[in-house]
Design a protein. Sequence first.
Lengths: 189, 90
Amino acid sequence: MSISEPERWLEEHGSALYSFAFLHVRDGHRAEDLVQETLLAALKARERFQGNASLRTWLTGILKHKIMDEFRRQSREAPTPDSPEDAWDAAEARRAAENFTDSGRWSQPLTNWGDSEQNFSRDQFWSLIEQCLAALSPRMARLFVLRELWEMETEEVCKEMAITPTNLWTTLHRARLGMRQCLEKNLCA
Amino acid sequence: MLNCKDASRLISEGQDRKLSQREKIGLRLHLWMCDSCRLFEKQVAHLRQALRRGWSGGDLPTDKQLSEEAQERIRKVLKEHSNDDSNSST
């Protein structure tokens, strides 16, 4: 192997890995660290790379493992005094409830999105998703991403994140209400 | 009779678990009468589809650039480790 090979990975795939990491951890420094950890792990395991997968896919796979570790750590972290878990929960519940009137009807009319996403480029789409995810609580965003982006089964998400199915369903319902509202605002602007 | 709040919960949970017969019938009755919840059902499915397909391109995000400083820092670390590697193997 030439010494410059990992450097070429960095040049060719660094920004894509960074974009992917940023979407998940929403912190530039943390995302940079994850790219570094990913490339180091790839360097160590480079003989295990099978040429039949694309290099980008292989590197992204390593990065996903790192992100999963990060998510597990975050979900285990004790809530801090200034952001206790039940305060988050109360805020999440309140925001979800704002979608409905006291009698349980939608408080705002919903619109038909049609094919409005056709007007978006790939990068515009992802930055919109990122913006909408950022408006969710970190915990909601994590669970939403694992379920909707990573296509993990609900049982698996519950196991990995150490939560009950009921808790997951409630959180995903709130997350979908939040994402829907945010997308509608931007798609139909 | 379900209200929209309950119906939206069932629509969402239907993406994550199997609804009971009773829930399904209640939801269907509500959807039959409620345009808004039918739209919500569509939007939820639409969102899932779009995310899973990476919207139209079927690809991962590339909207961010790794800064020059970060690249430089990572390049250095990679170089150090490449050297470690060759030293340890000889």
